[in-house]
Write a protein that binds this ligand. Sequence first.
Ligand SMILES: [Zn+2]
Length: 474
Amino acid sequence: MDALLRRWRIFFPDATNCINLCRKQQQHCRFYHEKKKRLLLSQHFLSMNLREDKLVSQETKMGEMTCKSQRLMLLGGLICPASPGCYHYMPYTVRAMEKLIKVIDREMQVIGGHKVNMPTLCSAKLWRASGRWELMGKELLRLADRHGQEYCLGPTHEEAITDLIASQGLLSYRELPLLLYQITRKFRDEPKPRFGLLRGREFYMKDMYSFDISEEAAYNTYALVCSAYCNIFNSLNLRFVKVQAATGSIGGTMSHEFQLPADIGEDKLMTCTNCDFSVNVELINADQRCCSVCKGELVETKGIEVGHTFFLGTKYSSVFNATFQTSQGKPALAEMGCYGLGVTRILAASIEVLSTEDAIRWPSLIAPYQVCFIPPKKGSKEEEATVLLEGLYDCVAEAVPQLKEDIVLDDRIHLTIGKRLKDVKKLGYPYVIIGGKAALDDPSLFEVWNQNTGENLFLTREAIIDLLSKVPAC
Ligand SMILES: [Zn+2]
């Protein structure tokens, strides 16, 4: 600690007295404490491109870009390419992801889900037993350890979880339904990774697995998980469709996809204009134009798949002998379901559907930060407004405690307000508050940009606090 202080003193010689004063008297000190407690944009690690003059090297990579979310996330320094289909998630993206995980955790736990964390290295033995070692083909990333034991990097964990449950001995029917889920990195050897986080080779997924005593009970659990998914997308204010889908390599007898309608979506859906029926074109005849529920007209849309649910029955429990004891004391195979949510894909897909061409918009609830305060440029005519805007920042931090960790001061006052406004649009703060000329009026008025609606208002300090206290915290 002392070494750190010594180094700090070299950079900030004026602060030495201040630290001594604080240590001795433990009292209020502007220089040390106040600067410390504000979150300053200049202190954020924002990758290279937001820092001036570095856009050129990023331009060279622009040729590879294929969609809006990828372009915006690269421009804002929210992700950095590592290798094909693999990205570094930068701090703002990690913040958004952690908030999204909170939202997901909440909904999974409401329906009785228990969080686990399974190994990424999945034994080939289990995958051979289910027949998927061969079935998955080149999509599976395979490797061997020094003893020649084969593994894959898990793209999904039906084998692992069913084997885990089987290893626990006979469960009692009283312990079911059992819902286990995890939020971990998954791997898929995509032939052509593209669209940034939308189709990568390494990504985060929430995968849940359910075990029930009967087919009927398993259908109830399936419906429960689907309703939790609806709650998640609704709380993010994302328009979605629940679509009947093919079961693919996971298998089972019933499956639904949760799709965000978008032009760049890789799935083709047929949606009824009359009722809420939707189906993936994979499931129907090319010439089918009529809804199988109400005979209404089906129209084609494209969607980004962000969730997928499967009714598995005993497909995996029969392979691994995952059984429970019935109320009559007899062993029976558990009826299973599995349920995926693409965590990183939801981040990118929501940026894709919400953003404009030059401004990132996150779902408000999970935006990395909620508010950015922009004081006037140093040496400008409005410079006196700086103190007023900083005062407003402190006021908001105190009066709206749930936002305290979610507000940022753009202290790069060597730049014009216009330049900084352009930068902050690349990061997606739902609210931007500017201290300009009107802040010097009596009463002070601050310019408030609602980035998600494009609305621009001049508000007093009280009105701003009132507005921000209604912002839902994650
Ligand atoms: Zn219909």
